[in-house]
Design a protein around this ligand. Structure first.
Ligand SMILES: *Cc1c(COP(=O)(O)O)cnc(C)c1O
Length: 495
């Protein structure tokens, strides 16, 4: 190697030095087994106790111990980090894995997906382009085809796995914007039809898509919180008369607040009559299509121009998994396809296409594996059964509460969410129920959240976790009544 210059020799010697430390990034098999052992022990301890996990844990420090561990040159052992993780991350706050997490949209995760995620992280397959990850892209497409068939969209439909419902809504709205050729100068002449129960991520997506000045019409809802189609038709006709250009109707198949399903078939017919883009937000409700008990309530969803679903809600997949489907796949592609010189070699298969051309992301988490793994290992049947279980348990809880003295319930659940409140013998009802929700959160055994319906404070009763069974539902009702009675007695003593 006599032709090496002095500088070359210096650089090679330096490289060897750096290499030594760099090699720490690659643990050998013994080290891997040791690390996995500790992580596995943690996992088993966690999952062995998960059925008894509280819904919420209030702590003083809220994980603040983490502040004492700055990231720097210091290295730590896995045991101490798992301890820190347990104390600071897994302990305080709400526990989405708990069967008693009955707040917001109870979204849990399953072990099979964790295995998929583990493999995806180990092999780090690229799922943005077919050229780079043909198998990864095929796997994503199998998942998307299954979703397409579940919804009932035709074979020309295409989709994209996203980080969640918000980005899925954004992707659909950008596609609808491009498809109808909305122009910046005349945005306020275009109208979108929503209801007060439309998820706020739709308004956010409009804003992000530069459509904040599109005229938003809130269509009233009926006693079951479903969009009133007569009112929708009337509003569109009035808008046309005024010279507006009706653009899009966003229906919800399972509202976040109350679980109601808008009359999709009627809305589809109206959208057809007036040439509107028909969007269905099924982020919470979508996978109830798997359940024979409620599938017919979704009739009309198969006519949508775009649909979003959240596998990280009603399919029990870990957080960070949404999906968008667009009836005319070309429209999704036209709205998202971009190229660059440095991508010139990444030429794939035209018939298969690249996920990166069908959504906002280029490099992305290989999300398909965490969906594919549990569905392929188990088949779809346990998912369908678990969702059907939630439907009948929700009906049971509703019936039990509506027969309980001093309990007032909202409309019967379309899916697995309803609201109720406790009528105290004296005092302000709203204030009492606020104290009830607070007291239950402090206790933590069952975690409820609340909402406001027609100006009244209501407690929400949502069921969605595959871990929530009859016992938890009975416990939730018993504990609610016990807590309410205790609060009432305490109030009686102070007045
Ligand atoms: C949760 C939800 C969203 C937003 O989805 P994220 O996954 O939280 O971004 C949108 N629409 C509905 C109906 C939802 O329930």
């Amino acid at each position: 190697m006599s032709d090496l210059s002095k500088e070359d020799q210096r650089n090679l010697a330096l490289a060897r030095q750096f290499e030594q430390q760099s090699r720490n990034l690659e643990p050998d098999e013994d080290r891997r087994r040791e690390l996995l052992h500790h992580v596995n022990e943690y996992t088993h301890r966690f999952l062995n106790a998960v059925q008894e996990q509280p819904g919420f844990t209030e702590t003083e420090d809220l994980g603040a111990e983490l502040e004492h561990y700055p990231i720097g040159e210091t290295s730590h052992n896995i045991q101490s980090l798992l301890g820190l993780y347990e104390r600071c991350v897994d302990h305080p706050g709400s526990h989405p894995t708990s069967p008693a997490h009955l707040a917001y949209i109870p979204a849990t995760s399953n072990f099979y997906s964790a295995l998929g995620d583990y493999l995806a992280a180990v092999s780090n397959r690229y799922s943005g382009t077919f050229f780079a990850g043909p198998g990864a892209v095929r796997m994503e497409n199998r998942v998307l085809e299954w979703l397409r068939d579940l919804v009932g969209l035709p074979s020309g439909a295409e989709g994209n796995l996203t980080s969640g419902g918000s980005i899925a809504n954004l992707t659909a709205i950008v596609t609808a914007r491009e498809s109808h050729g909305l122009e910046p100068a005349t945005l306020n002449r275009h109208t979108i039809y929503l209801s007060e129960h439309t998820h706020h991520s739709v308004a956010k997506a409009l804003h992000l898509a530069g459509l904040g000045t599109v005229t938003q019409r809130l269509i009233p809802v009926d006693a079951n919180n479903r969009m009133m189609t007569q009112a929708l038709r009337k509003q569109i006709a009035a808008d046309l008369k005024q010279g507006c250009s009706p653009w899009m109707v966003a229906a919800t198949a399972g509202t976040t607040n109350l679980g109601s399903i808008d009359p999709l078939a009627e809305i589809a017919a109206i959208a057809q009559d007036f040439g509107l883009w028909f969007h269905v937000d099924a982020a919470y409700g979508g996978f109830f299509l798997l359940s024979d008990l409620v599938r017919d309530r979704f009739a009309g969803i198969e006519q949508a121009d775009s649909v979003i679903l959240d596998p990280h809600k009603s399919l029990f997949i870990p957080f960070g998994t949404g999906a968008v489907l667009v009836r005319d796949g070309h429209k999704l592609r036209r709205a998202h396809q971009h190229t660059a010189d440095y991508m010139q070699d990444a030429i794939g298969d035209e018939a298969i296409g690249d996920p990166a051309d069908l959504g906002p992301e280029l490099t992305r988490h290989f999300r398909a594996l965490r969906i594919w793994m549990p569905l392929m290992l188990l088949g779809t049947q346990p998912f369908a059964a678990s969702l059907s279980e939630k439907i009948v348990l929700s009906r049971y809880a509703y019936s039990r509460l509506s027969r309980t003295e001093q309990i007032e319930v909202g409309p019967s659940p379309d899916l697995s969410i309803f609201v109720f409140r406790y009528r105290p013998r004296q005092g302000d009802i709203d204030q009492f129920n606020r104290r009830l929700v607070d007291a239950m959160k402090r206790d933590g055994r069952v975690f409820f959240s609340s909402t406001v319906v027609d100006g009244q404070f209501m407690v929400r009763f949502p069921l969605l976790s595959f871990r929530t069974h009859t016992e938890t539902v009975d416990k939730a009702i018993d504990l609610t009544l016990q807590t309410a009675h205790a609060l009432e007695e305490a109030a009686a003593c102070t007045t």
